[in-house]
Write a protein that binds this ligand. Structure first.
Ligand SMILES: Cc1ncc(COP(=O)(O)O)c(C=O)c1O
Length: 388
């Protein structure tokens, strides 16, 4: 069977691949701690689970409208409005996770050869999604020295007549870096001036640690809906990764296009997951601060350990649940890059991490601290004794 070129050229997700490797090793009887996945270890809060059970028992198990049930579109629109979007439910489309929101979006706005500027380090799925849509991923490198952030000057150097869009992900996966309001405003003004679409992936917007604050692109969407798209979802905020609910705030023409594409691919998302997401967005948000505070404590635990590791530098992340230490000083002729270092750690320490190479920065490795304190502590000790 001849598999299509577009899939033959597609790189598998590195984060999922590392996790699969860890599972395979575990199946052989080895103890492996995986700090490779990006999902909260908490249970989905009780009132959200109850809403899903009630939906099943009430027979809410049929197809729904493709862009999502009206109540959920309104709830997501209200959520964006908290950040200043001034949107209506028809400006929102509900999809199978933020991932499908982004996939739909690239398919709907890119023509072959259109360029999308993606700041590196980047979330692993942006470049393949752009390429699957026929676009060209143009990488804007920003290392630890620049706080893993890009400026309008960096963007301007990469801009060509083909530049269609630019992705901004704050807080960032994998670095946890956060753009300040002034930094975001400068990029937004550049985008408006040059008619570039800013795709603002704000999926970690609630996982921001004091004294950092989240700057949303929602107020910019309000003023220039043709220049901004905002992606969000319940996965990270409400510990709902498996429910697959994401939402896109966009210009009505983009929403219409994404709706058409979704109607011919996946149709509506799971009706029960929609009921759960509605409970998440309209219920009490009291469940969020304890989860956020736990992540912040774990971040401090990891940063304290990294502070003891000679040769390793790491910017303190302001949000999300990852640290992205620069480990290039540890490279040797037999361990020359981030992939080799992660392999050594898996072999010697039984700890699975994701090489920075997968995120476009081979000097670094990604440690996810979305796991319980005891496991995290144990993994950090194992890393320490394997490398020093
Ligand atoms: C930066 C970023 N954007 C989007 C997503 C997609 O999230 P989901 O599809 O689970 O809503 C993820 C998940 O890891 C992510 O890290």
């Amino acid at each position: 069977m001849q598999i299509a070129n577009r899939v033959l050229q597609l790189k598998p997700s590195a984060t999922l691949a590392v996790n699969t490797l860890a599972q395979e090793l575990r199946a052989t009887g080895r103890e492996v701690i995986s700090l490779s996945v990006g999902e909260p270890d908490f249970d989905t809060p009780r009132h959200i689970r109850d809403a899903a059970i009630a939906a099943v028992n009430a027979g809410f198990t049929k197809y729904t409208a493709v862009p999502g049930i009206p109540e959920l579109r309104k709830a997501a629109s209200d959520y964006f409005n908290l950040a200043g979007a001034g949107s209506l439910p028809e400006h929102v489309l509900i999809s199978n996770g933020g991932k499908q929101s982004l996939y739909n979006l690239f398919q709907c706005v890119l023509n072959p050869g259109d360029e999308v500027i993606i700041p590196a380090p980047y979330w692993v799925s942006y470049p393949p999604m752009v390429e699957l849509a026929g676009g060209i991923a143009v990488i804007a490198h920003s290392g630890v020295e620049k706080g893993f952030k890009i400026t309008p000057g960096d963007l301007e150097r990469l801009r060509t007549p083909k530049t269609k869009a630019c992705v901004i992900n704050s807080p960032s996966n994998p670095t946890g870096a956060i753009y300040s309001q002034a930094e975001l405003d400068a990029i937004a003004a550049w985008a408006v001036e040059n008619k570039i679409l800013i795709i603002s992936d704000e999926i970690y917007d609630r996982l921001v640690y004091h004294p950092s604050t989240h700057a949303s692109a929602c107020p910019w969407w309000h003023k220039h809906p043709e220049n901004f798209v905002i992606v969000n979802g319940v996965a990270k905020t409400f510990a709902m990764t498996g429910w697959r609910v994401g939402y896109l705030l966009a210009h009505p023409e983009i929403i219409k296009a994404c709706n058409k594409l979704q109607g011919q691919s996946t149709s509506n998302i799971c009706s029960i997951a929609q009921a759960a997401a509605l409970a998440a967005l309209t219920g009490s948000l009291d469940c969020l601060p304890p989860m956020r505070d736990t992540f912040m404590r774990r971040r401090d635990l990891v940063m304290e350990a990294i502070g003891r590791w000679p040769g390793v530098t790491c910017a303190t992340p302001g949000g999300a649940f990852y640290v992205f230490p620069d480990v290039r000083e540890l490279f040797t002729s037999s361990m020359p890059n981030s992939t080799a270092l992660c392999k050594t750690l898996l072999d010697k320490a039984g700890v699975a991490l994701v090489p920075g190479e997968a995120f476009g920065d081979d000097n670094c490795i990604r440690i996810s601290y979305a796991t319980d304190d005891a496991t995290l502590q144990k993994a950090l000790e194992k890393i320490e004794s394997a490398l020093w």
